[in-house]
Design a protein around this ligand. Sequence first.
Ligand code: CP
Length: 341
Amino acid sequence: MASMTTRSDNPASSRFPVGRQAFPHRDLTGIGRLQRHEILFLLAEAQQWVEFNRQSAKHGDLLTGLTVINAFFENSTRTLLSFEIAGKRLGADVVNMHAAQSSVKKGETLIDTAITLNAMRADAIVIRHGSSGATQLIADQVDCPVLNAGDGQHEHPTQALLDALALREALVARGQSADDFTGLTITICGDILHSRVARSNLLCLQALGATVRLCAPPALMPTGIEAMGAEVHHDFDAALKGADVVMMLRLQTERMSGQFIPSPREYHHLYGLTKRRLGYASGDALVMHPGPMNRGVEIDSDVADMIDRSIITRQVEMGVAIRMACLEVLTRARRGVKGWS
Ligand code: CP
């Protein structure tokens, strides 16, 4: 078995309040509920799992005997698989519930589904749902930690955390600060209106000190988003000017009723990240995308695959480490870890 650290021998943990004060939440429903030091705590905890996951043998036992249920009411590749891998690498029994094959299809309500999962004595429930607030609704009905794997247009907290971890790693590789994103300008461009990723990232990146620019066609920009402290742009070239990081988002057609853009071709012309357009950003700007990508629409392949600038596959790698950290930290009380009950 690969060697495994716990909080007590994780050097990063000494920078944070002791025990439960470091992360006094039962659930992870949104970045909006977290303090800056709590975000940094999860990032620091995840770092040990990044290293653990790079070993050839990567099976631990901290969560042995615990049952993690991944209840996904919407499609997913990255989030579902990485939560499953994360739970298994920590030694938990992981069960996936796909809504398409569940009794939801027979008319069972979300609350009755939650009560059913709770009766099976899950030790953690990971939820993805198409309705904003669904995760909190379930959290209010169950006795175990609930982790939001994306709820409607509200939040996707573990995505924002993994994005921060990937960005931090890239900055450290360039000799820059690990924890403080002050002075960094990050342009997020795409379907901001329907994006829980944009919302969680805005909250997370600002908490870490970054300046965030949001760019979208007027029809895909939420009204009043400036109140959250973002710079709002509709001209992509202007939004890119001098940016240190460019994060592209796909058009979430599954959430659109009616036509929001004239055509994918016209959208690409105005808002697609091409190599030429990346030239408006800073000379070594990093490129990010949470996936899934629609190549040739919001991002060109020759940008998405730039080995020296794109950290898109690193984002996926960090997803497993972040989800391990979240599952491990949120189950400490149940596991009777000293200072966490
Ligand atoms: N980024 C993300 O949430 O991807 P999936 O929909 O594949 O989980």
